[in-house]
Design a protein around this ligand. Structure first.
Ligand code: PLP
Length: 406
């Protein structure tokens, strides 16, 4: 089947099955983790499961590839922090050349801001009194923060609140180039930009345009057509804003699936992909420019589980279920390092493996790592990720904005 074959080819190099071979006691492991001084002192097998594991070589490859591509194509890079929710990753991306970070919600942005991350773009609108109060706090802490809006009433309320607080809000017009938030591209978007630019306490920064429906279109040519059509409407709106005499220097959008399409669209100034750093089952299946397999980015993120039961010769239960992998997709986790090992959901805490055609034996106590169906909501389930160089733990990164969805 296309999906599975494509995925297996992409993940073939992975090691990922280990017997529970840790030689450290639980006390030792916990002391090392609590000390924060982990580098070289723990191995993959020492990490209690379920756990979020990051392969640093693959992660660094992904970051280097995206950074280079955008630099070579003259686009700024503001990766979306909704994927990683981790201040340490946001810092590394900025070191690699990003101009800042996107955040899906204000609370996520606050978590980054408190850790010193600037250049924030909040991609959901701050609507309602409490959200606006929160936006004021964030703007005071990081005055360069840009907030997305798609509604005239919200714009007026933000202007009034900023005036009363004697600050200025930087605003971007969120365009509905997909089917979620945003104002209609064209005249409605241009009129909202004009409204912002005439308010005394607001600064019009430009356009936010995320074409989410394009990013997972299977097949490169179909994806290109979809993204060019959607983002073309954003570019056209930018032109209409400028024809009203309003400076519109900035247009941000794009995703992992469309990065090498949007990077050659004139008029887009900045890309905001997120999943590329980790990848997931959903993205593995979209196909690349050079064929059926999307090879541009490696699978750097897995969830490690343990086989805790063998109810039959051809069945095994692992300790990772819906509370270890959160997804809205119709795919299940895919084992790394063992072929033909279908995973089926077996409730909140468990997954059931069908061993009938598995490429190797699966025994009680085995550790099996899985590529995640959908990376963003799964990362949000964990307090920390274990960063590995080969089989050695090099660092533990806190998921700073874990659970922050306000
Ligand atoms: C507004 C916005 N921008 C960018 C992204 C990044 O997309 P991807 O993770 O597909 O690269 C997302 C993801 O959902 C998003 O919601």
């Amino acid at each position: 089947m296309h999906t599975r074959r494509a995925f297996l080819a992409a993940s073939a190099a992975a090691p990922a099955v280990l017997r529970g071979a840790s030689t450290r006691t639980l006390d030792e492991i916990e002391k090392i983790l609590a000390s924060g001084n982990v580098k070289g002192r723990l191995t993959r097998e020492d990490i209690p499961t379920p756990a979020l594991m990051l392969d640093l070589d693959a992660f660094e490859h992904n970051v280097a590839r995206m950074t280079k591509h955008l630099k070579d194509n003259g686009k700024a890079f503001r990766p979306h922090g909704k994927t990683h929710k981790c201040a340490e990753i946001a810092r590394r991306l900025i070191q690699a050349g990003a101009v800042g970070a996107c955040a899906a919600k204000i609370s996520e942005a606050e978590a980054f801001a408190r850790e010193g991350i600037g250049g924030l773009l909040v991609t959901s609108a701050p609507v309602g009194r409490l959200k606006i109060e929160r936006a004021l706090r964030l703007a005071r802490l990081k005055p360069d923060t840009i907030f997305s809006v798609d509604n005239a009433q919200n714009v007026r309320e933000l202007n009034d609140a900023a005036g009363a607080a004697r600050i200025k809000f930087n605003l971007a017009v969120d365009l509905a180039v997909s089917s979620r938030t945003g104002i209609t591209p064209g005249e409605p978007g241009a009129a909202l930009a004009q409204l912002i630019s005439t308010q005394p306490n607001l600064v019009f920064k430009g356009i936010q345009a995320y074409a989410g429906h394009s990013s997972h279109v299977i097949g490169f040519e179909a994806r290109r057509k979809s993204s060019q059509e959607a983002m073309g409407r954003a570019v056209e709106t930018r032109r209409m804003i400028e024809s009203r005499g309003i400076e519109c220097k900035w247009l941000s959008g794009g995703s992992t699936g469309t990065y090498n399409i949007d990077s050659s669209i004139d008029g887009i100034t900045e890309l905001q992909p997120g999943s590329f750093m980790f990848m997931d089952v959903d993205y593995n299946r979209i196909g690349g420019q050079d064929g059926e397999v999307y090879r541009d980015f490696k699978n750097s993120l897995t969830v490690a589980t343990t086989v805790i039961s063998k109810p039959a010769d051809d069945a095994a239960i692992v300790d990772g279920g819906l509370k270890a992998f959160s997804t809205d997709k119709p795919f299940t986790p895919v084992a790394k390092g063992i072929d033909n090992l279908p995973y089926n959901w077996a409730g909140d805490e468990h997954g059931k493996l069908n061993l009938a055609r598995a490429s190797r034996a699966v025994n009680l106590g085995d550790r099996i790592e899985f590529v995640i169906p959908h990376c963003d909501p799964s990362v949000n389930l964990y307090d920390r990720m274990f960063c590995l160089r080969g089989d050695t733990v090099e660092a533990v990164w806190r998921i700073t904005a874990r659970g922050l969805s306000q």
